[in-house]
Ligand binder design. Structure first.
Ligand code: NAP
Length: 442
């Protein structure tokens, strides 16, 4: 029997479990640990609440979760309740699938001012992540500034721009739904330090900005390269450029009746945030592109009004005591998912914890399958050692420490309670407090 511990129940964790099942069949037992009493990580707390079709992938993970040889072990903090070294002693392989839940800092003066959020906390707020549910952004100002031109910046801008009616069918949490319904924001400025050809936004998501009820995207035609230059782009980016060109060509008539504008400010890098207690302005510098695609400041500085700032510039994996960490990249130090390769550590990482915060949910599938191949290679090569205890060993440790474990069956009760509490037309109303989740699961 092979015993595998997976730390993190998001996409990378469940794809790894699925791959382990396919590889070892009945001869494997997989325990998936999570800090929260609820599974699915980024699917629940990261994917935008109005993107329910993407969230639907959790049904595939549920199939894996409901099989005999995989179990969910929720409400356990690896690194606090149980150490990685203890898991290594109990399981043949320990796979860190902990994602990248922390914001990459801007590293700019004024970053600590009020009403400045990183995307982890802002997204966590509208998605009801217990850690960020109380973030309470103040939406009473007129202008929001979103830093970064990736898909998270698009999510944030879109959520800020939507009317309550546009949240029909979404699982945006009640506190965010109500706060957004009262929002006074009428201008959202998305700033990017490079140009239209360097955006990290994908076409489908960018196109959604053009279909909003009360908001209209604004692109200065002068900021766009000559149309012929788009021909050299890879197809996805070319489609994104087509959206930007469409936004740039919108007429006043086509914008009539739209009370919110979403401005794209290219070649604009933030330098400092200003305000008294709360942010009021962001000082920016115009940039130009250098050979090789890097941005360089031109020296031209200006201040943009900003009552709310959300920085969407990427994420970092949380370090775990004793696990080698690549500070620069913000993820575990690893070689193709092996942590401390060469030594029989049995420690691996997968998904964002391995490669950093890139790619779509689906990118984690091949990642999960690849790590299982590597684990299998290593296990086949290693001399047969003492049989690891796996589940019974962990259960004994958990009982000794009085850990309050939440199982998948408990989660199904939490899920039912969330479905019962849903506003009309919504799939669920999430619990935003850990204690409330645990109570509902009992
Ligand atoms: P991302 O795609 O890496 O975009 C980050 C953006 O921040 C880039 O425009 C980057 O500009 C900018 N940036 C980075 N450091 C900066 C700095 N110091 N100052 C100013 N700007 C800075 O990251 P993300 O938006 O967080 O998304 C993470 C991953 O999740 C991506 O793979 C994304 O596609 C995926 N995702 C997908 C969906 C979806 O499919 N619906 C939704 C959300 C997220 P440079 O290019 O100049 O570095």
């Amino acid at each position: 029997m092979r015993h595998i511990a997976i730390v993190g129940s998001g996409p990378a964790g469940y794809y790894t479990a699925e791959a382990a099942q396919k590889h070892w069949g009945e001869s494997v037992r997989v325990d998936i640990f999570d800090l929260l009493p609820v599974p699915f990580g980024l699917i629940r707390s990261g994917v935008a609440p109005d993107h329910q079709s993407i969230k639907g992938v959790s049904r595939r993970y549920e199939k894996v979760a409901l099989t005999e040889n995989v179990r969910f072990v929720g409400n356990v903090a690896v690194g606090r309740d149980v150490s990685v070294a203890e898991l290594q002693g109990l399981y043949d392989a320990v796979v860190l699938a902990t994602g990248a839940p922390h914001d990459r800092p801007l590293g700019l003066p004024g970053e600590g001012l009020g009403n400045v959020f990183g995307s982890a906390s802002f997204v966590g707020w509208y998605n009801g992540h217990p850690q960020y549910a109380k973030a309470a952004p103040d939406l009473s100002g007129k202008t929001a500034l979103v830093i970064g031109m990736g898909n998270v910046a698009l999510d944030v801008a879109r959520i800020l721009a939507k009317t309550p009616a546009e949240f029909a069918g979404s699982d945006i949490v009640g506190h965010a739904y109500e706060a957004l319904a009262q929002s006074a924001i009428e201008r959202i400025v998305i700033i990017g330090r490079r140009g239209p050809h360097q955006i990290a936004m994908t076409p489908k998501e960018l196109g959604e900005l053009g279909e909003l009820e009360r908001a209209s995207p604004v692109v200065d035609p002068a900021a766009l390269p000559v149309p012929e230059a788009d021909a050299l782009l890879e197809p996805g980016l070319r489609k994104s450029l087509a959206h930007l060109r469409h936004f740039a060509a919108l007429t006043e008539q086509e914008r009539a009746g739209k009370s919110v504008r979403i401005d794209f400010a290219f070649f604009t890098q933030p330098l400092a945030l200003h305000g008294e207690e709360r942010v009021q302005e962001v000082e920016v510098e115009r940039t130009r592109l250098l050979e090789g695609g890097r941005a360089e400041g031109t020296g031209e500085r200006l201040r943009l009004p900003a009552d709310l700032v959300v920085s969407c510039i990427g994420y970092r994996t949380s370090p775990i005591l004793g696990v080698p960490y690549d500070e620069r990249a913000g993820r575990f130090a690893n070689e193709e998912g092996r942590i401390a390769p060469g030594s029989p550590s049995g420690l691996y990482c997968v998904g964002w914890a391995r490669r950093g915060p890139t790619g779509t949910i689906g990118t984690n599938r091949p990642d999960g399958y690849a790590i299982v191949e590597r684990i299998a290679e290593d296990l086949d090569r290693s001399p047969a050692g003492a049989d690891k205890q796996g589940r019974p060993g962990f259960d004994a440790l958990a009982a000794e420490r009085g850990l309050d474990i939440v199982t998948f069956r408990d989660w199904k009760k939490i899920e039912e309670a969330e479905e019962r509490a849903a506003r009309e037309g919504a799939p669920r109303e999430k619990f935003v407090e850990i204690e409330a989740m645990i109570r509902a699961g009992r």
